[in-house]
Design a protein around this ligand. Structure first.
Ligand SMILES: Cc1cc2nc3c(=O)[nH]c(=O)nc-3n(C[C@H](O)[C@H](O)[C@H](O)COP(=O)(O)OP(=O)(O)OC[C@H]3O[C@@H](n4cnc5c(N)ncnc54)[C@H](O)[C@@H]3O)c2cc1C
Length: 559
């Protein structure tokens, strides 16, 4: 027997035999529901046989047969009434368990959110994306079928969504593309480090979404809620359907502020800030300027996060300001890092360590921020020593927090996700591993690259080429080499420019006599401050693929 527990009240399983009934009794089940019509296959025990056996143990048995692919809304209602009337825990079965869990899902749709139903079903090993529109519509089949229909649909109008739409339009100006995103504004997030360092203003990093949507592209201003890849449909909040021929999924990464107890209540006050939010980055700079002494604490959560260098960039720029203003001696600086190393690619660590020493920073590895008491200015960290968990408290005058990060919920519960919840793509072609007409790029997918806008710059032409090649356009397939870049702002005016691909292979864009990435460079700072922002707005978001060289061939031994 392969019992899949959904919750305390109900479990489902594939077909059982009479000999399984005593085990079900021992496990404490009080009701058995059979959802498989008798005689579906010759080798299947009939309901009456199961019932006779169950009655020996005083287990109630109910017959509610449904046919695969023909589960009606009213079946969900009957199942709900049954669950209300029968003694729990209930055990329901059919051939594979799918019909039973579908009935449970439809019966629960007016009390549970569709996301929670999909998550519980996924945990039990079932994919209910085929009925997601009914789950969103409280268990009833929606009346409208398709509200929008486009050749290519892109989910997310962030760095990745706009860049890939522009790269597609550049190659095929007549391609019918829609981008779905509910946000009114588009951010240049790499600029937020420089906002926190007093170099840019917040306004330098934002434009309206309408101004970045490529010409001739439809913007559907809504949030995507779910995917039905077998029907080439995405569902929007409010249960509207968007039909596609090809889909590109790039809604970014979720910032889990609420995973740190007390943080949300105190962000933006009590000396607690983060460059990871547009509205808070200016507060970082305010705090840096006003701190004259005490404890400055910077944190880094477990990987993966977007721009893995950003937690320490904020720290170096702050230290540089305090150093320039002869305040650093009065300020104790701590870097509490949930990871075990300063930076994932070792080539860049010596240059960074020189700054750690120069600024006299205490490095605390394997320390994860778990709670913040803003009023009393105390940060709490979890650390593991010889399998023993210790909780450390640290007083602060300024606290810069980088939140834990995860795939967006609607991605995690979707059939597009891998076991960890990220969109599951081939790391070279960026095509979905299971659904050939789906691509993904940016922070949301599972290729093992650094999650950065620089990576997106390289990924967008790869996805555009491969997607169009699938449509029959005469374009060669392109290969993504894992390129990502992290300009580590070690002081105002100098950057350690980390550029690397899969496996930490260094992939410099410039000859080393011009910029040696392993050393602090003034030119790299100039690039970050003066060149990269216009490169983003005027080139990357407009299909001008500067500083991108997608590979043509797979690396050796990659298959
Ligand atoms: C502080 C900071 C510093 C950084 N520094 C650098 C740097 O120096 N260099 C660098 O290259 N990168 C840097 N990055 C990382 C870079 O900004 C991201 O990697 C990049 O923006 C990822 O692009 P994306 O399109 O995947 O996600 P995003 O740009 O975040 O866009 C996601 C879009 O999806 C939309 N969306 C979300 N949910 C839905 C939904 N349900 N339906 C429809 N749309 C949805 C959102 O509204 C958003 O518009 C930094 C990031 C931060 C926060």
């Amino acid at each position: 027997m392969d019992i899949k527990r959904i919750n305390d009240k109900i479990s489902v399983s594939p077909q059982i035999t009479t000999s399984d009934v005593s085990a079900l009794n021992e496990l404490g089940y009080k009701t058995i529901i059979c959802n498989r019509p008798n005689g579906e296959r010759g080798d299947q025990p009939g309901f009456d046989e199961i019932k006779r056996e169950a009655e020996k143990f005083g287990i109630q048995c109910v017959y509610l047969p449904v046919t695969t692919g023909k589960i009606m809304d009213k079946d969900g209602v009957v199942f709900r009434e049954l669950l209300n009337d029968c003694t729990s825990p209930v055990f329901a079965y059919c051939r594979s368990g799918t019909r039973s869990i579908t009935l449970w899902a439809l019966s629960s749709a007016d009390t549970l959110s569709y996301e929670s139903i999909l998550a519980q079903s996924k945990c039990a090993g079932y994919d209910l994306s085929g009925v997601v529109s009914r789950l969103m519509n409280k268990g009833k089949t929606p009346t409208s079928n398709v509200d929008f229909e486009h050749a290519v649909v892109i989910v997310g109008a962030g760095a990745a969504g706009i860049a890939v739409a522009s790269s597609l339009k550049k190659r095929d100006p007549n391609l019918d593309i829609a981008i779905i995103d509910p946000a009114d504004v588009h951010y240049y997030q790499p600029g937020w480090t420089l906002v926190g360092g007093g170099v840019f203003t917040a306004n330098d990093t934002v434009r309206t979404t309408s101004s970045v949507i490529p010409e001739g592209t439809t913007w559907i201003k809504a949030a995507v809620a779910a995917f039905m890849p077998a029907d080439n449909l995405v569902l929007l909040d409010g249960c509207r359907h968007v039909k596609y021929e090809q889909l590109v999924v790039c809604p970014g990464i979720k910032l889990d502020w609420s995973k740190i107890e007390g943080l949300s209540e105190t962000l933006g006050r009590n000396g607690v800030t983060s460059n990871y939010r547009f509205d808070l980055a200016p507060y970082t700079w305010e705090l840096v300027k006003s701190l004259k002494g005490g404890n400055a604490v910077f944190t880094q959560p477990p990987m993966p996060i977007k721009c893995a260098g950003a937690p320490q960039k904020a720290m170096y720029l702050s230290c540089d300001y305090w150093n320039q203003n002869a305040l650093l001696k009065q300020i104790d600086v701590d870097f509490y890092n949930a990871g075990a190393v300063l930076f994932g690619v070792t080539d860049y660590v010596p240059a960074l360590m020189k700054y750690v020493e120069k600024y006299n920073i205490n490095l605390d590895f394997s320390h994860q921020l778990i709670a913040v008491d803003g009023e009393n200015k105390i940060a709490k960290f979890k650390t593991v020593n010889n399998d023993k968990i210790d909780i450390i408290e640290k007083e602060f005058d300024m606290l810069h927090v980088v939140p834990p990060q995860s795939p967006p919920n609607f991605i995690q519960v979707s059939p597009l996700a891998d076991d960890a919840g990220w969109v599951d793509v081939d790391q070279f072609t960026l095509r979905h591993k299971k659904f050939e007409n789906i691509y993904s790029l940016g922070d949301v997918m599972n290729a093992p690259n650094a999650k950065t806008a620089a990576a997106v710059r390289m990924q967008a032409p790869v996805v555009a080429s491969n997607l169009l090649s699938d449509r029959g356009t005469n374009i060669d397939e392109a290969i993504y080499n894992g390129y990502g870049s992290c300009p580590l702002t070690v002081e105002r005016g100098k950057i350690v420019l980390a550029e690397f691909g899969y496996g930490g292979k260094v992939l410099n864009s410039f000859p080393s006599w011009l910029i040696d990435g392993t050393k602090p460079s003034r030119l790299a700072w100039y690039l970050k401050e003066k060149i990269l922002p216009p490169l983003y707005w005027k080139a990357m978001l407009r299909g001008k693929e500067w500083l991108t060289k997608p590979e043509k061939n797979l690396p050796p031994n990659s298959k």
